[in-house]
Ligand binder design. Sequence first.
Ligand SMILES: CC(C)(COP(=O)(O)OP(=O)(O)OC[C@H]1O[C@@H](n2cnc3c(N)ncnc32)[C@H](O)[C@@H]1OP(=O)(O)O)[C@@H](O)C(=O)NCCC(=O)NCCS
Length: 181
Amino acid sequence: METIDVRLLTPGDIALLREIDRSEQLDVEYTVESGRLVSARTDMYVPPWDPSGSGGHSVSGLIAFCRPVLDRGAQLLGAFDKDTIVGMALVEPSLRPGLGWLALLHVSNGRRRGGVGQALWSVAMSVARNSGASAMYVSATPTGSAVQFYLKQGCQLAGPDEIVPELFESEPEDVHLVCGL
Ligand SMILES: CC(C)(COP(=O)(O)OP(=O)(O)OC[C@H]1O[C@@H](n2cnc3c(N)ncnc32)[C@H](O)[C@@H]1OP(=O)(O)O)[C@@H](O)C(=O)NCCC(=O)NCCS
């Protein structure tokens, strides 16, 4: 594994998101059917974030999504290889009493499968645990890489009584997961 340094960032560092290359060639996607994960082949390219627009796939759109989460006290994390940022995460330690929320996790294309996501996840778990959380909630993009990553971390499908309604309503196509800390 490469040497990765995960640092606690300040809310003002959120603009570093533009340094992350989110592009990805997708070959597997998931749906949840009758409480079970079902995988299917796909062939779709996710382009880098739009650096200048304001839509949902733009850097400014993503920052607008993060702002209220940061305002509620979420912790921003950056994974660095020397001085180069290669991944970022945002964790809200107490979305509900005892429940943290991993609001964002991105590792740059070209730097994946080297343990960067795992390093960010470990620190995010510590941040939530240190704030008294006993579980972490993830609304995962329904792609092979994201879902398989979270399953590897020990996440399980959120049951009907574990689903966070406002997160489900905003991302109904996502795979909603919970992981005990
Ligand atoms: C999901 C993501 C953050 C994982 O980051 P990463 O740095 O590649 O993950 P790691 O290298 O720490 O992987 C840890 C383990 O997760 C699993 N995993 C990660 N990516 C995987 C993939 N594409 N396919 C299958 N398993 C995968 C593996 O078990 C892996 O261990 P291994 O490499 O020893 O087999 C990264 O793929 C990413 O940024 N994707 C685009 C953005 C995204 O979907 N973010 C999540 C939004 S909710």
